[in-house]
Every structure is written in C-alpha cells, then in structure tokens.
Design a protein around this ligand. Structure first.
Ligand SMILES: [Mg+2]
Length: 182
C-alpha cells in the first residue's frame, strides 16, 4: 500500500519568523549556515529548535508517512538544515524558482501548482505556514476526488508544535485504516 507523503516546509515551520523585537523563541539555537552556491563569507543565520529533530523522527519511525522536504531551501534542506536537527537525508521536492515578490502571486501558495503535479494522485499531509483559503479549498477538493489531503499550518512565529504532528499521525492512521478496509 502506498504511504501518504508528509511534505515539510522549513521557513515559518522549523525556522520561526522573528517577532517585532527580532527575537526568536527561547527554545531555538542559532546556526550560521552556507547555502549551496554561496561563498563561506555569505553565511545565513538560522534558528532551530533541537527538539524538532526527535519530534520529526518520532513520526518518521512510525512508518505511516513518507517524509519529503518541500521548501525553498530545496537540496539545502537535505544537506544543511536536516542534519542540524539530526535527521537522515530526506528527499526533497525540487521546486521551481519563480520571480515572485509574494508567497501568493495568484492568491494561493506559490509552491502549490508544482506540488500538485509532483503528487499526481498521491495522498499527502503538508505542513506549511503559508497556506491561504484557496489552498484549503484545493485540499478539500483533492480529498473529495479520492486523494486525501491534510494541510497543517503552524503559526509562522511559533513554528512546529507536537500537536501538529499528533494531528498528522491520527490522520495517517485513519487513512491506513480506510485504505485497508477498502
Ligand atoms: Mg514557510
């Protein structure tokens, strides 16, 4: 039986947006990383919560979803960010690089059209902080057409919490129970 994907965003999910005082949650630790294609003097500062690694490994080990990065970090998610959280090298969606100045150039998340094609009819849970109403409608439509789709949307300043992964685990268990009963 095909497992649902678990699509994982990074910015606003694992790397929170700073608040008005430019502060990050006290749970997070600073790292300076050099994204692919940059010289070492062009490092980028990111803040990560070391607890997120074990949390994500928890849902990965249950084995009900296939985790895939879905982030503008692209390959750097696999080679840079994931290892800082102790995650194994996960596959990533090789998103296009559109010239856009907003996350929602057409009123919905810029990644969505590409992800829609990438998924085909596969069931998926998708964690991203940047969905709009139109994305939630897309997920409902997709589910109605027989491709169960769960969007999980953390607050971009707070990022990922255990309840988000609990919701995904419960959804995946329901999906597997329905799929094996069908
Ligand atoms: Mg994001």
């Amino acid at each position: 039986m095909r497992l649902p994907y678990l699509l994982l965003d990074i910015d606003g999910v694992l790397i929170p947006f700073p608040d008005a005082e430019e502060a990050c949650p006290a749970t997070h630790i600073r790292h300076d990383v050099v994204p692919g294609g940059r010289t070492p003097d062009a490092s980028v500062t990111i803040w990560l919560n070391p607890a997120h690694g074990p949390m994500l490994m928890g849902i990965i080990r249950i084995g009900l979803v296939t985790p895939v990065w879905c982030t503008s970090w692209r390959q750097d998610a696999t080679t840079l960010v994931g290892p800082l959280l102790g995650l194994p090298p996960l596959p990533y969606v090789d998103l296009p690089r559109p010239q856009i100045t907003t996350s929602h150039p057409n009123g919905y998340l810029w990644k969505r059209d590409y992800v829609d094609g990438w998924l085909g009819g596969a069931p998926t849970a998708w964690i991203d902080d940047d969905f709009t109403v139109l994305d939630h409608e897309w997920a409902e439509e997709r589910t109605k057409r027989g491709s169960p789709t769960l969007l999980v949307q953390p607050d971009h300043r707070a990022g990922l919490h255990a309840e988000h992964l609990d919701a995904i685990e419960a959804w995946a268990r329901r999906y597997m129970a329905n799929a094996s009963a069908a």
